[in-house]
Write a protein that binds this ligand. Structure first.
Ligand SMILES: [Zn+2]
Length: 811
C-alpha cells in the first residue's frame, strides 16, 4: 500500500463542467448509460390490461376452458383412446371465429418440425458438441430412437370433431397445432361446446424422451416386473390466447414447454382393474376403486404426523405379480388448473400425510402430500418423497402464497423431473438405489440429495408456472429460474450443508464468464447451455437481488406481491420486473439489463489502494516526515553501494565547497516557519483545525469493471488493530463511468488490507484481483483422472440397506 502525505485540505467546493442543452444521449461512442430505463427500450408500454406498476390492469382478462374427458388405456397395445367435451368461454374483447389447440404428441411424427430440425450440436437433443462439427459417431440409443420415430406411428389421430348437435366441424392441423373453425362467431362473454375424439400410441420414455410415457421393469426375486405409465400432453389442449400475443401458436419443438389456460376438469380414467392411479385433482369414486382398508388408511393419513402407507410395499409386490383382464374407471375432478396429468401402475406403493397450512383466501386448510413409487425405488422413496413434498409446501407457502390445491403428489417412473398441476413425475434415475451382484442395495449422498432436490423442484412448479401461469414456451426462466431460486431456498432449509447444484453465486460465475451464451431474455427453443441459462443464472440473479441488492425484507415483500398479483393469472417478464421495482421502491433497470438482457459477467477488479494522510502544515511535524524521507533516499541502492565501496565524496575531499547547509541540519525548524504556522492556525476555522489534528486517513480505491455487469462493490477493510469493517457501495457508484471508478474511504484507523466481495455473494468470476494487497490463490491440481464410476459412500463403507429397512409401517 502506497502512502502519500501531501493532501491539501481544500475548502472550496469542487467545480466541474456540465454540458448545456445537449440532446439526451445514452450512448456516446463506446460509453453506455448502464442505468437508463428499460421502458420504451425493451419493455412494452403499459395499458389497461397490464399496468406500469407490474399489476394486472382494470381490463385484465383471460380465457376459461373446461374439459370433460374419458380416456382408456389399452395396455397391451400401449395406446390411449380418448373423448373430450370442451367448453370454451371467450373473455377476450375480440370475437373469435376459430380456436387453436395443442397436439403435442405430433412432435414425435417423423415429418414434424421438431424431428425435421434436429441438429448435431446446438442446444437440442443431440447436444454435446459444438455446433457445426462433424460427429465421430452416433449412439446406439440415438439410432434406436430415430428408427422408432420413423416406424412406430406416433402422434395424435384425430378421429372426430363434432359440435354440440353432434355435427362434424372443420379443422386443420399445422404441425403440433389444430385450428378448429367455429360454426358461429364466438363473442365476448360467450361459450361454445364441442367434442374431440382421438387416440395415440404411447412412447417408451427412456428411448424417445418426452416428459411422459411408459417404463417396464424386469422381474426379479424381489419384484414382479411390470410397468409404470406416466401420462401427459395426452389430450388436445386449448392454446393460450392472450392480450399481448393473441394466439400463442408457436410449434412444440420439444423444449419450450407450455402456454395454457385455466379451467375445470372432470376426467374418467379407464385402466386395468388392479392399477393404482394418481392424477391431477381429487378422486371422486374411492368406494369403487379403493379397498376398505385403503380408504381407512387414507383417512388415517389426513391427521397422521408422518406418512402412512395406503398401499404397502408388500401389497404392491403382490399386486404387480397378479395381472388381470378386467377394467376399472377412476374418476377425478380438478378445479382451476391449467393442465391435467395422471399415472397408473399395479407396481405402486402409495403413502400419504395431511399437511396443515394457513388456508387464507380459497386455499385449503389441509393438503394431502402423497407419493406413488415401485419397490425398485425403495428405501429412498418411502423415507424422503412425501417428506420432501411437505417441506416444499412449507417453504413455498412462506415465499409465495398458500398451496391452492387439495393434493400434492410425487410419482416415480420413467420421467425424471416433470411438473403438472397437483402431480409431479420425479422418476428416471432419481432415487433408485444401486444393486450389486449379490443383490445388496446402497445409494450415494448425491442420489439422496438428487431425489430431494428434484421433488422440491417439481412440486415447486405447481406454484410456478402451474398457478402463476407464465408462458413457458417463450420465457423458460420465468418458471425454471424463479422455481430454481425457490428450490435453492428450500434445499438450504432441508438440512445443513446441503450442496445445491444451482442458486449460490459461486456456482454460476464460470458460466457467466464463458463465451457461448445468450441473454436470459431469449426464446426458450433458441437457448444453448439451457440449464445454466434458464435455471442457474436467473436463480442466482434472484439470490443476488435478495441478499445483496434489496435485502431480504424488501425482496420478500416484492416477490410475494408478484406471486399474489399473478396467482391464477398470466404474467410476462415485464410484470415481474416492474412489480419487483414498484414494491421494493428500488430502481432495478440496471440489474435487469446486466443480468437478463446481456451476456456480460460480474468481475470487478480492485486495482489500487492509495492511503492519504493530511499535511498538518505544522513545521515541527512535517520536518520530521521530511527527514524520514531524506533518510529513506540515503538508503537507496547507489548511495548504499558508494558507501560500501568507501567512495569519498568531492565535498569531503574539498572542504572549501562546504557551506551553511553542509554544517547545519536542513530539517531544523526556523523561528520564521514556526511563526508562519501559528498565524495560519489562528486564521483557521475550528472544524478545519479539528480535521487536521484528528489523524484521519483517506483511502482512494481504484476499481475496474472487467466483466461488464455493474454491481454493488462490497468491501471488507482489515485494520492494523485487527478489527474489520464491511462496506456495501450501491451499484450506482458506476453511473458516470461503468468501467472505472475511484472511490474514497475515510477512517481514523490504519487499513492493512482490503477484500472485495468477501462473502462471495456477487458471482465475481475472477477473484485473483479481489485483494489488496494481492494474495496467493489456492488451487488444487488433479494429477490424474480416476475412473468416473459414481461413488456411493454407503458402498465404500460396506453399509447395506434393504428396501424395507428404513420404514416398515404399517403392515
Ligand atoms: Zn423445472
Amino acid at each position: 500500500m502506497r502512502t502519500i502525505t501531501m493532501i491539501a485540505l481544500a475548502t472550496a467546493t469542487a467545480t466541474f463542467n456540465v454540458a448545456v442543452a445537449q440532446p439526451v444521449q445514452q450512448t456516446v461512442n463506446d460509453w453506455q448509460d448502464a442505468f437508463r430505463q428499460l421502458e420504451d427500450e425493451d419493455w412494452p408500454s403499459p395499458n389497461r390490461e397490464r399496468r406500469a406498476t407490474g399489476a394486472p390492469g382494470p381490463d385484465y382478462w383471460q380465457q376459461q376452458v373446461d374439459y370433460d374427458i374419458d380416456i382408456r388405456l389399452d395396455e397391451e397395445a400401449r395406446h390411449l383412446y380418448g373423448t373430450e367435451t370442451v367448453t370454451y368461454t371467450n373473455n377476450a374483447p375480440d370475437t373469435l371465429d376459430f380456436l387453436w389447440f395443442l397436439l403435442d404428441q405430433n412432435r414425435f411424427r417423423p415429418d414434424s418440425m421438431a424431428v425435421m430440425t434436429e441438429t448435431v450440436g446446438g442446444g437440442g437433443r443431440s447436444a454435446g458438441r459444438a455446433g457445426g462439427s462433424f460427429p465421430d459417431g452416433i449412439s446406439a440409443s440415438a439410432m434406436r430412437r430415430r428408427q422408432m420415430i420413423e416406424a412406430d406411428g406416433y402422434g395424435f389421430n384425430i378421429t372426430g370433431v363434432t359440435d354440440a348437435d353432434g355435427e362434424p366441424m372443420d379443422f386443420t392441423i399445422v404441425d403440433t397445432l389444430l385450428r378448429l373453425d367455429l360454426d358461429d362467431d364466438l363473442n365476448t362473454g360467450d361459450s361454445v361446446t364441442f367434442t374431440i375424439e382421438w387416440d395415440y400410441r404411447l412412447v417408451e420414455t427412456q428411448v424417445i424422451g418426452g416428459r411422459a410415457g411408459w417404463e417396464c421393469f424386469e422381474e426379479t426375486e424381489d419384484t414382479g416386473g411390470d410397468c409404470i405409465y406416466q401420462i401427459a400432453q395426452w389430450f388436445p389442449r386449448a392454446a393460450a390466447f392472450s392480450d399481448y400475443e393473441g394466439w400463442h401458436n408457436k410449434a412444440f419443438l420439444g423444449r419450450g414447454e407450455f402456454a395454457l389456460e385455466f379451467g375445470d376438469y372432470d376426467v374418467s380414467i379407464r385402466v386395468p382393474q388392479d392399477f393404482i392411479v394418481s392424477a391431477t385433482g381429487v378422486l371422486q369414486n374411492p368406494d369403487e376403486v379403493l379397498t376398505e382398508p385403503q380408504r381407512d388408511r387414507l383417512e388415517e393419513a389426513r391427521t397422521s404426523d408422518e406418512p402412512v402407507f395406503i398401499v404397502t410395499p408388500a401389497e404392491a409386490r403382490a399386486n404387480e405379480r397378479r395381472g388381470t383382464r378386467s377394467m376399472a374407471t377412476w374418476e377425478f375432478r380438478a378445479e382451476n388448473v391449467r393442465d391435467f396429468a395422471w399415472a397408473g401402475s399395479r407396481k405402486f406403493i402409495w403413502d400419504a400425510v395431511g399437511v396443515e397450512q394457513d388456508g387464507r383466501g380459497d386455499a385449503p386448510d389441509l393438503v394431502m402430500a402423497m407419493s406413488f413409487y415401485p419397490n425398485e425405488s425403495e428405501p429412498l422413496w418411502s423415507t424422503f418423497s412425501t417428506r420432501a413434498v411437505e417441506h416444499t409446501l412449507d417453504v413455498y407457502n412462506e415465499f409465495a402464497f398458500p398451496y391452492p390445491y387439495p393434493v400434492a403428489q410425487s410419482i416415480a417412473g420413467p420421467q425424471g423431473g416433470m411438473e403438472y398441476p397437483m402431480i409431479t413425475f420425479n422418476g428416471g434415475s432419481y432415487g433408485r438405489p444401486m444393486v450389486d451382484d449379490d443383490g445388496n442395495l446402497s445409494y450415494s449422498l448425491g442420489s439422496k440429495r438428487g431425489l430431494i432436490g428434484v421433488i422440491i423442484h417439481e412440486i415447486g412448479h405447481i406454484y410456478f408456472p402451474m398457478v402463476v401461469n407464465t408462458d413457458e414456451r417463450q420465457w423458460t426462466w420465468m418458471d425454471e429460474g424463479i422455481n430454481t431460486f425457490l428450490q435453492f431456498q428450500a434445499e438450504q432449509q432441508w438440512e445443513e450443508g446441503f450442496r445445491s447444484r444451482r442458486g449460490d453465486p459461486d456456482l454460476i460465475s464460470a458460466y457467466m464468464a464463458s463465451s457461448n451464451q445468450m441473454p436470459i431474455m431469449t426464446q426458450s427453443d433458441s437457448i444453448v447451455q439451457f440449464g445454466s441459462n434458464a435455471y442457474g443464472k436467473p436463480a442466482t440473479a434472484l439470490v443476488v437481488l435478495r441478499e445483496t441488492i434489496l435485502g431480504r425484507e424488501l425482496f420478500d415483500d416484492a416477490f410475494r406481491a408478484y406471486s399474489e398479483r399473478w396467482r391464477f393469472r398470466r404474467p410476462t417478464p415485464y410484470d415481474f420486473f416492474r412489480t419487483m421495482e414498484e414494491v421494493s421502491g428500488v430502481d432495478l433497470d440496471w440489474f435487469w439489463r446486466g443480468w437478463f438482457y446481456s451476456t456480460d459477467h460480474v468481475d470487478i477488479s480492485l486495482d489500487r489502494v492509495i492511503e492519504g494522510t493530511f499535511d498538518t502544515e505544522d513545521p515541527a511535524i512535517e520536518s520530521l516526515l521530511e527527514r524520514a524521507d531524506d533518510t529513506e533516499f540515503r538508503e537507496n541502492l547507489t548511495p548504499q553501494r558508494n558507501a560500501a565501496e568507501g567512495i569519498v565524496t568531492y565535498a569531503d575531499r574539498n572542504p572549501e565547497v562546504q557551506d551553511f547547509y553542509s554544517a547545519n541540519d536542513p530539517f531544523t525548524v526556523t523561528e520564521r516557519e514556526r511563526e508562519a504556522y501559528e498565524s495560519a492556525r489562528e486564521r483557521m476555522e475550528d472544524w478545519e483545525a479539528e480535521i487536521l489534528d484528528s489523524g484521519t486517513r483517506v483511502y482512494y480505491l481504484d476499481f475496474t469493471n472487467e466483466g461488464g455487469v455493474v454491481m454493488p462493490i462490497i468491501l471488507e477493510f482489515t485494520f492494523a488493530d485487527g478489527t474489520t469493517d464491511l462496506v456495501r457501495i450501491p451499484a450506482e457508484v458506476w453511473r458516470y463511468d461503468p468501467r472505472n471508478v475511484t472511490w474514497t474511504y475515510v477512517t481514523d484507523r490504519q487499513v492493512v488490507s482490503v477484500e472485495l466481495d468477501p462473502l462471495r455473494e456477487t458471482a465475481d468470476a475472477d477473484r485473483t484481483d479481489n485483494y489488496y494487497p494481492p494474495r496467493i490463490e489456492p488451487s488444487r491440481l488433479e494429477l490424474y483422472r480416476s475412473s468416473s464410476n459414481p461413488s456411493s459412500m454407503m458402498d465404500d463403507l460396506d453399509l447395506r440397506v434393504t428396501r424395507d429397512s428404513v420404514r416398515t409401517r404399517p403392515e
